[in-house]
Design a protein around this ligand. Sequence first.
Ligand SMILES: *Cc1c(COP(=O)(O)O)cnc(C)c1O
Length: 224
Amino acid sequence: MGHISENILSLRQELPSGVELVAVSKFKSEEEIMEAYGAGQRVFGESRPQELKEKAESMPKDIEWHFIGHLQSNKIKMTVPYVKLIHSVDSPKLFNEISSWCDRNGYSVDVLLELHIASEESKQGFSEEEVSDFLKGMQEAPAHVRIRGVMGMASLTDDEAVVRREFAHLNSVFDRIAALRLPYLDRFDLKSFGMTNDYRIAVEMGSNMVRIGTRIFGPRGVRI
Ligand SMILES: *Cc1c(COP(=O)(O)O)cnc(C)c1O
């Protein structure tokens, strides 16, 4: 058995039931992805529309693709047809564009709202206030886009206490949104927190969906 399938199997052993593993396959070859597939993995995450499209068109149809990267409006049409879930809806504008594209073209998609935490330099994503204003301001349920939960990243730091605090915060934002009991959030249940370096802490703090690349496929950009 190769390293990739061993890694998949050991992650499955390690992750509590109820935590979905998204195998992040960006920059990885179809051959590498097929090794994970052979170990039973069906959910894969990609971050570039063109790469996603090519893989989705040529790989087995029972793969569930997730989009996890920054999505530009002009790439919506190249992405939505291939994915079950977009993790990275980071503005009302992007949400509305996805929603109207789906209405016009007869597609449906699930999305997560990407949260940014105060201490991060990156301004990508919703603050808690923005997300709650956005949701409360929604006039009606979007016909073809279902908001399934939130995605968030902790700071890149070795300080475990900081990471722990940030995931706790993201988790509490999720709880407060869920507590709004908005009618169009009837399946608001996903918390996509945690990657190779911090998924253990993320899961401890309440994540139920982890996005893991390096721990499965090895470092990106290194040919083995
Ligand atoms: C690349 C990427 C990951 C996976 O990162 P690893 O450290 O390789 O596990 C997870 N989430 C997002 C948004 C990414 O872009």
